[in-house]
Design a protein around this ligand. Structure first.
Ligand code: AMP
Length: 428
């Protein structure tokens, strides 16, 4: 990748990047920063974790750096729309840190917190506003802020915004913005809907892509295990405990399952917590901080709640349930192997999820290999509860040898235990 010094970024930004220890650009940054600096509209494909926030934030800051506040009020010159609160908060935090040397005022507004508190934050305006569509539209309709001075509009994770049904709100927000503006649309995946949307909102855009269309990042090792629905808690606890897994993000399909799985892990002696849409914003942030600070080892999340989580170098994600939309798989596994690091994406596939797996394989254009789960004690297979598991282990049974699956488990060199026995063994 390129050195940042090869890009035409001002000394203050170069200094900030040095402070952050960003030594080289990521692929998307090398491609997109010059194009944004030239003033073109952009349609960019970049997965989460590729460094795309800096990809748009740095050139935006550079463009806005000479604008001075009027009567101590900062007119909104750049708007970044994100699908979720967490992403809004994280993009704002990152952008603020990038713009610190240049005194950029960056504010985030989103649902889940009091309207009047957010209005107070906006009293002196913002150079860059990061917002979720619903809350922003409310403020615009009530004439609490103006986008008339807007120069740059960014759609971050555009595909997710479409999935979450924000298109109507977004169209209304656009009617509050000037026609003359630069628009940047970032999406992890492309499909017809994104192309149609791009054709409406972008003017002669430059297309930039940091990864082959709809393919998962190459540095992610993708593994699948056949696990019956009734065995998933046991298998997960077993893997986390015997592999001594830290910083593991587990995806489940529903809010109720998030709580149930987190409790099952806690019962197995694992430090776990859950985040989902029914939890208060402050609970979600506390869980997220505890996870980032490594006070908890496993965070169980629904797709929406996990959106925008930025935890550096997450080593592993687990699909406890496969998503029924294949694009969500790409988003989920994008949480690992961030910014050039390696990572592991593990999927539990119950018999009724085989169809989802096929759809995912079609989207990413490759097969995800099944591996066998060690369900042995003293070299003997002790559980055949799930037909899938028994089949996957049939070879192991013949030789009656313990076989480990994930590299971590191999390293752990522990005798494999039947998951349900693990808790008992620990208590002794
Ligand atoms: P993003 O895809 O924008 O969410 O960024 C993912 C992570 O990569 C964040 O934690 C960034 O701080 C980090 N990052 C972004 N660009 C670079 C870079 N050029 N070098 C090292 N880390 C980076």
């Amino acid at each position: 990748m390129a050195d940042f010094s090869q890009l035409e970024l001002c000394p203050e930004l170069q200094f900030t990047l040095e402070q952050l220890n960003y030594q080289k650009t990521t692929e998307i940054q090398a491609k997109v920063i010059p194009v944004i600096l030239q003033g073109a509209d952009v349609l960019a494909q970049a997965q989460t974790g590729t460094g795309k926030t800096a990809g748009f934030a740095l050139p935006i800051i550079q463009k806005l750096k000479d604008v001075q506040p009027v009567n101590n009020y900062h007119c909104i010159r750049a708007l970044i729309l994100t699908p979720t609160r967490e992403l809004a908060i994280q993009v704002a935090e990152k952008t603020l840190s990038y713009g610190e040397q240049l005194n950029m005022r960056v504010i985030s507004i989103h649902g889940g917190v009091r309207f009047d508190n957010q209005l107070r934050k906006l009293k002196r305006g913002a150079d860059i506003l990061v917002a979720t569509p619903g809350r922003l539209l409310e403020m615009l309709i009530q004439k609490k802020l103006s986008l008339q001075q807007l120069q740059v509009l960014v759609f971050d994770e555009a595909d997710r915004m479409l999935d979450l049904g924000f298109i109507h709100d977004i169209n209304r927000i656009m009617s509050f913005t000037p026609k003359e503006r630069q628009t940047l649309l970032f999406s992890a995946t492309y499909n017809d809907k994104i192309e149609q949307w791009a054709a409406q909102v972008l003017n002669n855009p430059k297309k930039v892509s940091a990864a082959p269309a709809n393919s998962a990042a190459k540095k992610i090792q993708q593994l699948a295990y056949k696990v019956g629905n009734g065995d998933k808690d046991d298998v997960l606890s077993f893997m986390v405990n015997s592999g001594k897994w830290k910083q593991t993000l587990v995806f489940v399909r529903t809010k109720r399952r998030a709580d149930k799985v987190s409790q099952a892990l806690i019962d197995a002696g694992i430090n776990a917590n859950s985040i989902h849409g029914d939890k208060l914003q402050k609970e979600r942030i506390a869980a997220l901080n505890a996870f980032s600070d490594q006070q908890i080892d496993v965070l169980v999340a629904t797709d929406v709640a996990a959106r925008g989580l930025d935890i550096e170098a997450l080593p592993r994600v687990v699909n406890y349930d496969l998503p029924n939309q294949p694009e969500a798989y790409v988003h989920r596994i994008g949480r690992t192997a961030r910014a050039g690091k390696t990572g592991q994406a593990i999927s539990f596939v119950a018999p009724d999820e085989r169809q989802y797996l096929q759809e995912i394989e079609q989207l990413i254009g490759k097969k995800i290999q099944f591996h066998s789960i060690p369900l042995l004690t003293n070299g003997k297979l002790v559980s055949e509860k799930s037909a899938g598991i028994a089949k996957a282990n049939s070879k192991v049974r013949k030789t009656a040898k313990a076989k480990y699956i994930a590299p971590e488990l191999e390293k752990a060199k522990k005798p494999a235990l039947r998951p349900s026995l693990l808790g008992k063994a620990k208590k002794k």
